[in-house]
Design a binder for this molecule. Structure first.
Ligand code: 5GP
Length: 171
């Protein structure tokens, strides 16, 4: 398998710092809960929370993913819920990538019903070409073309999450 670099580790680090600065400004004096979506968001989230300088709590949710296929089933299933209450708190959902938008619109609706003070979303990557919902993320690292990407948390068949860059597989 040949992996071509789409976004280098240096470019990711620079953009994550910029996002952290923007989020720090926006969440001054707020009660921030950062919700990472397992497993893909763990690398992005761990870098992002270290460049956000306002106090924050972290929690995680997990949804069903593509499994072993690169095509989404169109059905989102909740595999792990939050441990913490988000009522009257400011929630920032952190996700690796938005593709169809089904995962984020499902999670957004679910968390809205728990009456938080606010909900926003941060995604490292945005693949707008295959969107099936009106969902618009609030913070976007990079807009990318419709290619299947791996690395920096993103997997193919459960592997390659530890690559320090975003790559594309060339078979
Ligand atoms: P959506 O619900 O927006 O279609 O998809 C979100 C999820 O699909 C992401 O959290 C990720 O798990 C998976 N996904 C979408 N595009 C890609 C991709 O190019 N590479 C990988 N590894 N996963 C993807």
């Amino acid at each position: 398998m040949q992996v071509e670099v789409m976004i280098s580790a240096e470019d990711i680090a620079k953009r994550v710092r910029e996002l952290g600065e923007e989020i720090t400004r926006d969440y001054d004096s707020k009660d921030l809960v950062v919700v990472g979506i397992l497993k893909g968001a763990v690398v992005f989230m761990s870098d992002l929370i270290r460049v956000i300088t306002v106090p924050l709590e972290v929690d995680f949710m997990a949804t069903s993913s593509y499994g072993l296929s690169t095509q989404t089933s169109g059905v989102v299933q909740l595999l792990k819920d939050l441990d913490t209450s988000i009522e009257d708190r400011d929630v920032l959902i952190v996700e690796d990538i938005i593709d169809t938008g089904l995962t984020l619109s499902y999670l957004n609706q679910l968390l809205h019903s728990r009456k938080p003070a606010s909900i926003k979303t941060a995604v490292l990557l945005d693949k707008p070409d295959r969107r099936q919902t009106e969902f618009v993320p609030d913070y976007v690292g990079f807009v990318i073309p419709d290619r299947f990407v791996i690395g920096y948390g993103l997997d193919v068949e459960h592997k390659f999450r530890g690559l320090p860059y975003i790559g594309v597989v060339n078979n």
